[in-house]
Design a protein around this ligand. Sequence first.
Ligand SMILES: Cc1cc2nc3c(=O)[nH]c(=O)nc-3n(C[C@H](O)[C@H](O)[C@H](O)COP(=O)(O)OP(=O)(O)OC[C@H]3O[C@@H](n4cnc5c(N)ncnc54)[C@H](O)[C@@H]3O)c2cc1C
Length: 455
Amino acid sequence: MANADLVILGGGSGGYACALRASELGMSVILIDKDKLGGTCLHRGCIPTKALLHAAEVADSAKESGAFGVRATFEGIDMPKVNEYRDGVVGRLYKGLQGLVKSRNVTFVEGSGRLVAPDTVEVNGERYTGTTVVLATGSYSRSLPGLEISGRIMTSDQALNLDYVPKSVVVLGGGVIGVEFASVWKSFGADVTIVEALPNLVPNEDIACSKALERAFRKRGIAFSLGVRFASATQDDAGVHVTLEDGKQFDAELLLVAVGRGPNTADMGFEEQGVAMERGWVLVDERLRTNVPGVFAVGDITPGLQLAHRGFSQGIFVAEELGGLNPVVIADVNIPRVTYCEPEVASVGLTEAQAREVHGNNVAVYEYNLGGNGKSQILATTGFIKLVQVTDGPVVGIHMVGSRIGEQIGEAQLIVNWEAHPDDVATLVHAHPTQNEAMGEAHLALAGKPLHAHA
Ligand SMILES: Cc1cc2nc3c(=O)[nH]c(=O)nc-3n(C[C@H](O)[C@H](O)[C@H](O)COP(=O)(O)OP(=O)(O)OC[C@H]3O[C@@H](n4cnc5c(N)ncnc54)[C@H](O)[C@@H]3O)c2cc1C
């Protein structure tokens, strides 16, 4: 039996951030994970997929080099080498994280944990008791009823480990994970078709972003079917055969199922200990407390955005709450979101439709076209930065599409979270030539003094 101020179940983004901050604040911490420290994001999510997307960008650069006067030929993708590069990135970060956790005196326990009392987690017959317990067991790739994950039908977990580029793929789901894999595979040379039941790709984004991404994907030769639901899929030696509810059929070498992620909470003793849950999600209040005193939950197991930086922030929040620092509540709406396909989609705050639901007609919108931005021209990208403002008030939403535009989310999230008015941003100087200038230009225009844009 071991005791600590804090016992954390799950060492992913939410769990390890909580552990690091809590130990910084002087608490003793036991961090439990049945797998590798770093969780989904480091080993099966954010980092490995972004390494693949970078390799995809390099492939596109080689293919398009002639347009820039550079003679290069694209000879193909050496997938084992791509994976080696990806594993190198993950491996270095993993090593760094292990060292960090060790250096902060966090006790890492490897094994599958179960909540056996509100203050106790059992691992391999050993009991770990904390003044506080934090649940951070993350999420898993979901499938659809009757759609078994095996062979040619896979989720992102298996897709990440392919050692070849498929000739053709059907991607079921046009959300973040679906469009990112579609983008990688297209750049690597596969024929890609996305099947999305809702009327648009990236359906949680502002409709302007969805439409722009659809146009860009069409131009890249990525096919998609929108607004019709998946009916069934079969597989044989020849490939997968996917049928939609309207009878349309798609054949491909592989089917990627990217229909969302569910909470990883089954059989861990949460219900038995009285933790309130809904369809597997652990319910928390705005200070991330469950209904059981002394038990908190962070990250993907709580309803809301499933993003690594949300998990990090929530983990830090709980540590600071326990340390008596009274941290500021984290609102999901103002958490930045980036979809790293080509072109990228990045946003923070309310979409135009959401702003109109809250503020009615009291909403002003401005869309700055990247056509007027020098660096975007140099990069040969198209896209826009769209601002959503409460009339004569703060900017409450920023929505962007374009190559590398995800890098602009830093300033965008400051603007929205600090409730800046267009005039506040218009006075700031943006370096030339950067795509960041487009952020300044958009605010200049909304403040009534456009420079490289029409009023
Ligand atoms: C393909 C893909 C791409 C993604 N890309 C991005 C991105 O670009 N940006 C972004 O912000 N987010 C991205 N995400 C989402 C991001 O990975 C998650 O939001 C984040 O990992 C959630 O952190 P978490 O701590 O809640 O859970 P996880 O990272 O899933 O960690 C949970 C941990 O708990 C452990 N665990 C579970 N049950 C037990 C148990 N009973 N006992 C012991 N240990 C247990 C697991 O082994 C795991 O290590 C992506 C996800 C995927 C799948």
